[in-house]
Design a protein around this ligand. Structure first.
Ligand code: SF4
Length: 319
């Protein structure tokens, strides 16, 4: 989506926890009308990145580099204090409805509270009308308004979370593992909903997930995070059909079969290893079958191969 408006942009972005680097050199953008899947194994740093994008890093965290968000006037501004943007500019879709929603409050009460936050002068009947419209916009009906979370299916609960995230009419939706508890049909429907929010409403959507196969096919671009750094970014079809970074291939190997089929060189792929801090060079130098001495000494530079960006000294497409 190179011609679309940029809604979220990180450049040289990094985060330290107690002077320990957790994320480094993050360069990522999300455009209007675009779905980007941020894929990473456990310990890759994706949760730390999501927290940073939401302005929810620990109070002692230090950030580096640029982080810009679209503003109401159409501009793109660097933000240090993201808190005021949550809800109106950034909509957050949490992972699990049963923990994100209060068990003692109905769907109507959850929606009413969020809508009142965004429109302090609104009346309860006005908000009730808006709540029903929000449910309709995520493919649900007003019949769910009196229900408590335990009376919702997994797919319904996740859609309610999307409706809550949309209450402030945000420019960007950040979704944290939104399909992790859903069956295949509900997964497909939820991803179609998020895709429609991008295509029809021209929002930017960033889906953070460990599951390449479940989420990537709904994305326009895939960004792979490993060891606190991005290692491969490109159009979904290109990345899935021919991954260039050994870690991307390993993530594909860990997933159920994909269409197109898995690549042929999986034996060369390193196992994704949990990483508590950013490595000095490549985080997989100790386990990667393609590693050479330079891999443990120098961070790999970005290069363009087969239509995507990859940071690896010896990518799979190299001779
Ligand atoms: S930089 Fe070296 S160790 Fe790291 S993934 Fe590439 S080949 Fe393997």
């Amino acid at each position: 989506m190179p011609t679309e408006r940029v809604l979220l942009q990180a450049e040289g972005f990094g985060v330290d926890y107690d002077s320990t680097p957790i994320l480094a050199d993050i360069a990522l953008s999300v455009h209007a009308g675009e779905v980007v899947a941020l894929i990473g194994a456990s310990g890759s740093g994706k949760s730390a990145l999501l927290r940073a994008l939401l302005g929810l890093s620990p109070a002692t965290a230090q950030t580096r580099g640029l982080l810009r968000f679209a503003q109401a006037d159409g501009g793109l501004r660097e933000r240090r204090d993201i808190t005021p943007l949550r809800g109106a500019t950034i909509g957050f879709v949490p992972q699990d409805p049963q923990t994100a929603l209060s068990a003692h409050r109905t769907v109507a009460q959850h929606l009413d509270e969020v809508l009142a936050t965004h429109a302090p002068g609104s009346t309860r009947p006005m908000r009730a009308e808006q709540a029903a419209a929000l449910l309709t916009s995520v493919g649900l009906t007003g019949e769910l308004l009196p229900r408590y979370p335990h009376a919702l299916s997994g797919g319904q609960g996740q859609r309610v979370l999307v409706a809550l995230a949309l209450a402030g009419n945000p420019a960007i939706l950040l979704a944290d593992e939104p399909t992790s508890a859903l069956d295949p049909r509900a997964t497909h429907e939820l991803l179609a909903l998020l895709q429609a929010q991008a295509r029809v409403q021209r929002r930017g959507v960033l889906i953070v997930s460990h599951d390449l196969s479940a989420t990537a096919h709904a994305a326009d671009r895939v960004a792979v995070l490993a060891g606190g750094r991005l290692v491969e970014i490109g159009a979904t079809a290109a990345v899935l059909s021919q991954p260039q970074h050994p870690l991307t291939a390993a993530l594909m190997a860990a997933c159920p079969p994909l269409t197109p089929p898995r690549p042929a060189r999986l034996a060369e792929a390193p196992r994704p290893a949990p990483c508590a801090r950013v490595a000095r060079a490549c985080a997989f130098a100790a386990t990667c079958g393609r590693a050479q001495s330079v891999c443990a000494e120098t961070p790999p530079a970005w290069r363009t191969i087969a239509g995507r960006e990859v940071a690896c000294h010896w990518p799979l497409g190299a001779a």
